[in-house]
Design a protein around this ligand. Sequence first.
Ligand code: ADP
Ligand code: 5GP
Length: 215
Amino acid sequence: MAKLFILSAPSGTGKSTIAGKLLQQLEGIRRVVTVTTREPRPGEKPGVDYIFLTKEEFEKGIEEGRFLEYANVYGNYYGTPRDQVERNLEEGYDSLLVIDVQGAFKVKRIYPDAVSVFLLPPSLEELKRRMIGRGYRDKNAQVRLETAKGEIPCAKRFDYIIINDFVDKAVDQLKSVILASRCERDSTLRNLRNLLKSEEILSLIEGGECYVKEA
Ligand code: ADP
Ligand code: 5GP
């Protein structure tokens, strides 16, 4: 039972940094490479960081229903390719989806079992420092900072909240969320026959009765 994990945060908080490190450390999970019409930043690789499309190509993709969700963020289209998410789920790989808050809510509506994680910056000053450090000009950073003030309260509607003060700590916490979710009771019980070979244990779980009576 592959799972879908959604990592969301205001731009500049550290989603890509945390996701990149996590994927180096954890097996069985693939990042969903999302689609954008914005220009690649220096060092960004097509097909790795994003699938870069023209506005016309993107709009054709919308018409063809290729996106699970899409949004216009800071003047460019961003979208989640439906086929990658479906393929990962079919092939038994967890998916890590790194998207903005509106996208996170849309995906959660389509996949209510998806596990949503909100990454919080330790402070607005630090968020601005990270944006500028990444190369945004001051004006661009200011717009994103104002947007962040509307996004941060959305943290309350996510399943988990992780504070990204230190990269390694945040990666460990995200890893813990994923590892714990993989043992979540209901999905483990649904998938038990694939996980466990012992017929004795299986029949005890499936047909047995817990000896502790309800209080
Ligand atoms: P996002 O994907 O959320 O837009 P990035 O991962 O691109 O953010 O990170 C934005 C900037 O902040 C990058 O320069 C990155 O190196 C830096 N950064 C990320 N996490 C931390 C952290 N815990 N401490 C200091 N700098 C960080
Ligand atoms: P950036 O231009 O900084 O890479 O991304 C801007 C914002 O768009 C980030 O918050 C990023 O997570 C978000 N984003 C990236 N891909 C998608 C997507 O497919 N859908 C949505 N809704 N947001 C996305």
